[in-house]
Design a protein around this ligand. Structure first.
Ligand code: PGA
Length: 248
């Protein structure tokens, strides 16, 4: 049995006071359930203090592909480790589209994360135009291949993949369970063709407008192993319900 894992992507939201209230609500409610919150860099220290000893892990939403040096404004993998991170999101569609991250850069970040012992949550997914022109699989395959070619298929044994159709992120338009399952199955079979053992154990999260109300029907799909949750991860009751639906 593969494990299920739900991760919250807080994006650029929160404050010390808001985070304290959210984490205080999550901790007892998620006791015994493995979950992750990916917080903005300045709040990593807060997450570390608040979540130490809980079943909730914490991580970042981005990292530098460089180890150290004159890279103003960047944050390295070893800095994330200093704050107890275990996960880091890599290649989120907002990073790809708003900040111009190429497949090659995403692959470099993925490798930098793994080299430091962090588990990358590698995001892949097609835009609406790509889906409508029938190239969803080709886009997802290209995004995966960039990482597999650079880091090897075996690297996926220490990674999580998040399938996030861009048209479903923050739009309220969730992929239907069937649409999501179809792409998840494609991802798993593509990886299985290279390494069946890795594919079988790989956690593939779905992301894009997941909320308490639609979590159960998504999480029950055979190739959906949890979720990457944006907006709903900022609302304690929503995130708790999603994590519980996945853990069932
Ligand atoms: P959403 O975001 O749940 O708000 O759609 C998901 C994500 O961007 O990771």
């Amino acid at each position: 049995m593969r494990k299920k894992l739900v991760a919250g992507n807080w994006k650029m939201h929160g404050s010390l006071a808001e985070n304290a209230a959210l984490l205080t609500a999550l901790k007892p409610a998620l006791a015994g359930i493995e979950a992750v919150v990916c917080v903005p860099f300045p709040y990593l220290a807060q997450a570390q203090v608040e979540l130490a000893g809980s079943s909730i892990a914490w991580g970042a939403q981005n990292l530098s592909e460089q180890a150290k040096g004159a890279f103003t404004g960047e944050v390295s993998a070893s800095m994330l480790l200093d704050f107890g991170c275990t996960y880091v999101i890599v290649g989120h569609s907002e990073r790809r589209s708003l900040y111009g991250e190429s497949d090659a850069l995403v692959a470099s970040k993925y490798m930098a994360a793994q080299a430091a012992g962090l588990t990358p949550i590698l995001c892949v997914g097609e835009s609406l135009a790509e889906r409508e022109s029938g190239v969803t699989q080709a886009v997802v395959a290209r995004q995966l291949d960039a990482v597999i070619d650079a880091a090897g298929v075996g690297s996926l044994a220490q990674a999580v993949i998040a399938y996030e159709p861009v048209w479903a992120i923050g739009t309220g338009k969730t992929a239907s369970p069937e649409q999501a399952q179809a792409v998840h199955a494609f991802i798993r079979s593509k990886i299985a063709a290279l390494d069946a053992g890795v594919a079988d154990q790989l956690v593939i999260q779905y992301g894009g407008s997941v909320k308490a109300a639609n979590a159960a029907e998504l999480m029950v799909q055979p190739d959906i192993d949890g979720g990457l949750i944006g907006g709903a991860s900022l609302v304690a009751d929503e995130f708790i319900a999603i994590c519980r639906a996945a853990a069932k």
